[in-house]
Design a binder for this molecule. Sequence first.
Ligand code: MOS
Length: 733
Amino acid sequence: MAETNSLTMDKPVEASLLDSGAQGVIGKPLARIDGPRKVSGSATYAAEYPTEKLAYGYLVRAPVGSGTLTGIDAAAAKAMPGVIDVIHDFEGFIRNAQQGGETDAPTMGVRAIAYVGEPVAIVVAESYEAARDAAGQVRVAIDEGVGDYGFDERLGEAEKPADAMIPAHDAKGDLDRAMAEAEVTIDATYTTPSQNSAAMEPHASIASWTADGLVLWGAYQMPSSDKLQLADALGLEPDQVRIVAPYIGGGFGSKLGIAPESVAAAIASKKLGRPVKAVMTRPQVFEATVRRSNTRQRVRLAAGRDGTLTGIGHETIVSNLEGEDFFEPAGLATHFLYAGANRTITHDIVRVNRVLSGSMRAPGEAVGMLALENAMDELAEKLEIDPVELRKRNEPDKDPSKDIPYSARSLTQCLDEGARAFGWADRNRTPGKACDGAWLIGQGMAAAARSNMLQPSQARVLLTADGVVVETDMTDIGTGTYTILAQIAGELLGMPIERIDVRLGDTDFPPGAGSGGSWGAGSSGSSVYLACEHIRAGIAAKLGVAPNALTLKDGEAIADNRRTPFADIVGDGIEAVGCIEPGDMEEKFNQASYGAHFCEVAVHAVTGEVRVRRWLSTFAAGRILNEQTARSQCIGGVTFGIGAALTEDLIHDPRDGKVVNRDLAEYHLPVHADVPHIDIRFLEERDTKANPLHAKGIGELGISGAGAAVTNAIYNATGVRVRDYPATLDKLL
Ligand code: MOS
């Protein structure tokens, strides 16, 4: 058995072994090591596993959004050629689950339909086409009820959710009084629509049973907790479920918890004694996986003439299904971004018959900062203070909500460096005064902030004379996990990158953090770090030197002016398991990554069309583990921000709750032609409170605040303040 090296983050780790940089690979802009496998088609995604006797499943879904299921008539479907069975005798319906280990959601023992498109049965056939065809012939009988489909008209019924990861309601001081006494105030309401993660790979599973239980090839971000959910949904013990997910075509939150197709495929496969594949269609992804909730956000700012904030209010209302406690935590960054003694931050939920709302990239900041950073721009305008300067004047010296210090915070540096590099000082300050032909030109900026978290994570590392093997059930959802874990192991064990074999996404490996909440790199990277630290200590002991007197480079151990090849040290190999646990460092120190976005837009004076012309963002997120994959994460985040600002809008029909735009033709994501070159700059920072890598999360940082920079630039171009996202052209005319 490999020995385990555990660390609980209950004190700072002042020195990081990565600081030596002896191997010279950490931080480097290495192209992703899984890239060739992806472009050559040898990377196998969930729906692509070759399986003998595979049968094809197609979900049948509720045609109405509210009511009671009274029966399913599958006779006609079963009589169709190639159809094997229509399975609907599971308890109730298959719901999506939120992230996390516990759930009663996937199979609810109820027959109440919660939303249009809720899966109620699965047709299994010898081909996908036969299953799809037959699904159209299944008659779903529902005693239709009166659904709650609208949001605006039911704001008065908003209720406080049960406390979850963050408090739903939080107040300090007296905001009303601060507003009454302030020299300058802003009191504005912002709205954002529902959104869909729209990952390129749709949700997909292949289920197969062995004597030991279920094997599920699935597109899941968090195999170690998804396994628990799946076991729970199917009435199995956790060790009877194995999830395999080495490659995932994007998730953005929609694959954090299990989705209906996995449960349906598993049930069907068990019943039929054959492997069953279920792949969601694009409309099914839009209608039956988690959405980001729409929001209504009232922001109040109380300030002195000099721009000093005395009060901040961020009162938000979101929507979700009855009985679900998740709320889009839109006020998350408002807790700690700016100073101000009087603060009120609330989240309430309106219950609607719309698909489950859950996490989507930067749940909270992504839409909360659209409102907050837009309001800050309004305040800057009213005060006639430069918006960069206004933010700097409200730089707190500690977390103003919790009264605790920051771990490392470089917001001011990000603002200054971004303003300098963008040429912010040269901008036109009067809205509507800069033109380029028929286009009005404007510049805008916004701050970025995203909380940093650590999650329990384990990894096993084996060093042999020839190379290194890293194993953990952590995933790579397109983020670069394979590459950064190889860099960490390569750096610490002195091995060239091409000799590091990183194996991910299989619950037979030690349980990892999973990809979520921007904690993947820090958490899984720390577990690899700890395993490597243990292996280094073993080598040092064999050579009779102190661990810190040891240098490992290019397959050799260097100590006391002696070079010893690994072949002479490691024998059959040295193996160790690294285990990181979050301690109380997140309670003792506010941890977050920061940044600043600057952009230029052109708004057509006649049509209202908006083009983003120029973009520059600065970020500080602790140690950057790979400058290229980190940059790609930030570019992706900013692109999401442009989508949130200009186009993304998941529309629910107020009459029946149907998703109106349920494909990529109608749900408008930014495409290449909509996105200019995005200039990303990282600032040097180390965060000793975060983890032994001194690195913080980056996956969700780019989206945070980005969309507000766009609407602030639109204001600068046109004088039109858009508070209802997205800023489609009808709102600019
Ligand atoms: Mo993220 S929304 O935690 O994948």
